[in-house]
Design a protein around this ligand. Structure first.
Ligand code: SF4
Ligand code: SF4
Ligand code: SF4
Length: 179
């Protein structure tokens, strides 16, 4: 069966501590000001019935990839398990992919190439979890193979209410926010 890597982000467990952001920066040696994941806090409802939704966001590793379609050099590509990557040797830093991505998931590295979340494929290929997943103290993040119905991520997506970001964009995100 073809693997489909995905992540479930439990908005009911996340406390917005930023541990996922710091661990990603450390694991991936990101420069000052460069982030592959970030925290969004949104207030929902009307006073006095207010709720706070906290989301740990990153590239959605979309099944439909306007970023890959927009890349003129083939640097942006779909890799193992549907993971969307950038080949930094092919990237000219033209930013076409950044314009095409509806989620602001990409940024320019000071060395001139575009950077983004890789689902920590270098760790996954060693049978490790992504750094953010491993670090999260509240176990809000679940990564795995959505194509395997027995996997924890597939079970969460099957059994918990969830949303994806900007479904109207038609990108079919593979990061699911459990609500
Ligand atoms: Fe939320 Fe976990 Fe990230 Fe902390 S580490 S902000 S709890 S997802
Ligand atoms: Fe591409 Fe943006 Fe989707 Fe990531 S979130 S796969 S960069 S369109
Ligand atoms: Fe960063 Fe890896 Fe988590 Fe992506 S999967 S946000 S690259 S730690």
């Amino acid at each position: 069966m073809t693997r489909r890597y995905a992540m479930a982000v439990d908005t009911l467990r996340c406390v917005g501590c930023n541990a996922c952001v710091i661990s990603c920066k450390t694991e991936n040696d990101l420069p000052s000001g460069g982030f592959r994941d970030w925290i969004v806090q949104e207030v929902h409802g009307q006073f006095p019935s207010l709720t706070l939704q906290i989301r740990s966001e990153r590239c959605n590793h979309c099944a439909e990839t306007p970023c890959v379609a927009a890349c003129p050099t083939g640097a942006s590509h779909v890799a193992a398990g549907g993971t969307v990557l950038v080949n930094r040797r092919k990237c000219t830093g033209c930013k076409a992919c950044m314009v095409a991505c509806p989620y602001g998931a990409r940024w320019v590295h000071p060395d001139g190439y575009v950077d983004k979340c890789t689902f920590c494929l270098h760790r996954v290929e060693r049978a490790q979890q992504p750094a953010c997943v491993e670090t999260c103290p509240t176990r809000s993040l679940t990564f795995g193979d959505l194509a395997d119905p027995a996997s924890p991520v597939a079970r969460l997506v099957a059994h918990r209410p969830h949303l994806v970001l900007q479904p109207e964009a038609g990108t079919r995100p593979q990061v699911f926010f459990l609500t």
